[in-house]
Design a protein around this ligand. Structure first.
Ligand code: AMP
Ligand code: MG
Length: 336
């Protein structure tokens, strides 16, 4: 009996080793979703990346603000839209972040985003920002939770999920990977990164954070396990007019690209959606107002301001500096 038990244990362990040994890394680049290049890789026994691509395309079809037949497009054209229950949940979450962080994060800034898109097209500053500011605020959108419907309340109002959708999508894909039993994977939705589990060799993932002045180069690398790493920066999308840079992150109080002095903010947490919201919000808030937000949501963050890289306590042993021009500065009671 004892021998049989040892033999069975041996077979089970050997089969396990054989199975793990058969795992390979499968990667795929995905073009044309979320207005950016996305890539997904998994370390598993078979290639499951196609189903994650399909999932990503399905989410993009719903959440893209630029297509008129998407859920967001239909809402923005004034339709009362019937939602799948998970979309009701997602919209409610986006609205509740807008309520909690209204000075910094507001999904109803879309009329202003459109004014700035026109400004770029015409190479002329917008002259309608004061009127557009009146069309913003979380009360513009009405969600009927019982009937799973949503509508915008006023003519001219519209929403963008550009600052939260990629984080939501990264969560959905990471959750699906977990359900599929994948313990090592990497999701990169145009810089919204989900590092699932550990690297195939068992060590921590190394996620590079761009130098905002030269985004192809890394400023600092963060080591992490099973975390989302999401960055908002003034170098990601911008245009220049009369020598001044106008980037894509709007201060909901002024209707102008935020001028907090920060060049980028990276937020690190298990919840990619929260990271996406907070990287945008903290970028607008700036260092001085960051403390209460970081404490409220208990996340780690990296702030790049010129050649200074500020980081929260939880990242103390997790950072590797890639460029000597930067100085790493821990955030503490004195400077946060
Ligand atoms: P992110 O790159 O995640 O910071 O999101 C920026 C995108 O979200 C922009 O391209 C806009 O579509 C939208 N956006 C800009 N400013 C804000 C804001 N303050 N709150 C919410 N969404 C915003
Ligand atoms: Mg964001």
């Amino acid at each position: 009996m004892k021998h049989r038990f040892i033999l069975i244990s041996f077979i089970v362990i050997a089969a396990g080793i054989l199975f793990i040994g058969r795992n390979k890394t499968y990667s795929r680049d995905i073009y044309g979703t979320f207005d950016t290049l996305c890539s997904i890789s998994v370390h598993s026994a078979s290639d499951t990346t196609e189903q994650y691509e399909n999932l990503l395309r399905e989410l993009d079809r719903k959440l893209n603000a630029h297509t008129s037949d998407s859920l967001v497009g239909r809402l923005n054209s004034g339709e009362t839209v019937t939602l799948a229950p998970e979309m009701t949940d997602f919209l409610c979450t986006a609205v509740s972040y807008t309520n909690m962080l209204s000075d910094y994060f507001d999904i109803t800034v879309n009329p202003i985003v459109e004014s700035w898109a026109k400004a770029e097209e015409n190479s002329a500053l917008p002259d309608d920002i004061p009127q557009k500011l009146k069309l913003t605020g979380a009360d513009c959108i009405h969600i009927d939770i019982d009937n799973n419907t949503a509508q915008l309340k006023e003519d001219g109002t519209s929403i963008t999920l550009g600052a939260i959708a990629k984080g939501y999508a990264a969560n959905v894909i990471a959750d699906k990977m977990r359900q599929d039993g994948i313990s090592s994977g990497l999701v990169n939705l145009g810089g919204n990164i989900y590092a699932l589990g550990k690297k195939p060799d068992g060590s921590e993932w190394n996620i590079a954070i761009s130098d905002p002045k030269n985004s192809a180069q890394a400023a600092v690398t963060v080591k992490c396990t099973d975390k989302a790493v999401v960055t908002s920066g003034d170098y990601e999308r911008y245009f220049e007019l009369n020598g001044k840079r106008y980037h894509h992150i709007i201060d909901p109080k002024t209707g102008y690209p935020s001028e907090s002095g920060l060049n980028s903010v990276t937020v690190i947490d298990r919840d990619a959606e929260l990271c996406d919201v907070l990287s945008t919000a903290l970028f607008v808030a700036g260092l001085d107002e960051a403390k209460s937000i970081i404490e409220k949501f208990s996340v780690d963050a990296i702030f790049i301001e010129n050649n200074n890289i500020y980081y929260t306590e939880g990242l103390r042993d997790k950072l590797i500096l890639n460029n000597e021009k930067f100085t790493l500065i821990p955030l503490n009671q004195n400077n946060l």
